[in-house]
Ligand binder design. Sequence first.
Ligand code: T4K
Length: 371
Amino acid sequence: MTHKNIYVTQPTLPALADFVPYLEQIWQSRILTNGGPFHQELEASLCKRLGVEHISLFSNGTIALVTALQALRITGEVITTPYSFVATAHSLLWNDIKPVFVDVEPGTLNMDPAKIEAAITPRTTAILPVHCYGHPCDVTRIGKIADTYGLRVIYDAAHAFGVEVDGGSVLNFGDLSVLSFHATKVFNTFEGGAIVCQDAKTKQRIDHLKNFGFVDEVTVVAPGINGKMSEINAAFGVLQLKGVDEAMRMRGAVDQRYRKRLAGVKGIECLGDAGETVANHAYFPILVKPDYPLTRDALYQHLKDHGINGRRYFYPLITQFPMYRGLPSADPANLPIATRAADEVICLPIYPTLEFETVDFICDRIAELAR
Ligand code: T4K
């Protein structure tokens, strides 16, 4: 059996015909952007679905991260993780903030709270952790450290749509949480993102910042950016939201199938959850350990040769890129767990319509080498 070109993900799309009435409405109203009716509807629907009070839509997650830092007037140094998509750290450089990298926990690959205090200096103003792969950070410990030292917490929740912990949505922890609605995410609006905040005043500031800093026709209060989500993206989001629970359920079934089929394959470890009460199964990372007969890169290539396009998220570590590697905190000796994980991880394909037969095919290609 051959399977051609199985990708790490495939966006979920509703039937095209179901989207046409939404487009007709836009054509009729001629409101294309700047907080139109679909934009307002999607914000309200997301608040309800996610169990959050305030949300501000954005054109993508990266601009949302950049704006989140500006909304809280973050400066100086920010403690963050090297084990993420490069946009996390880039959002700091865009704000002229120095990233200070701390290592991750081996079990979750999220920022290790035990490493944060030693990285705090008089210039530290905030912590920027990532709910990596949608697995929640230790929000309680991070919150306590932030309270003790008077730091703000902005969670990069790009992977964490719909994730819940004891106490409800993980997006309600910290000062702000930033989502991505990119095509490759659990919930997508083609491109898109959002900031979740805790009060109306902060939402108002975020809304000003994403609209050039305009408050009214003649008043500009900050050097804001154009970060607005268009009506087409928002309308698509409204439609997409109707299918997201089913999509998460189907992802969960794929996740379980992988775990069942890969259990007992020597040298392969499936990353576990982080105690979330509702998971979104955004990614399916495996770790290729030294007792597997092939290196991670050799297995990655072996899978590719069979049309299975996994991805090495997150290799290279952010700290390996030229704009970061000169920082003292980027030294691999400071980041042993993240460095090892970046050399061991492959994210296997996962998306709602991935068939069990294909999952089995992928698992067989991995297991056949370990026999
Ligand atoms: N923070 C974190 C922790 C993030 O992971 C991200 C984004 C951000 C912040 C920033 O959010 P955004 O500004 O993106 O909203 C992808 C995504 O571009 C990126 O959104 C994502 N993280 C990152 C983890 O993955 P690539 O370069 O791996 O994407 P790409 O184009 O190679 O796509 C992967 C596979 O998905 C393709 O091989 C095929 C499939 N695919 C992709 C697209 C775009 C499709 O089937 N259709 C599509 O339209 O970065």
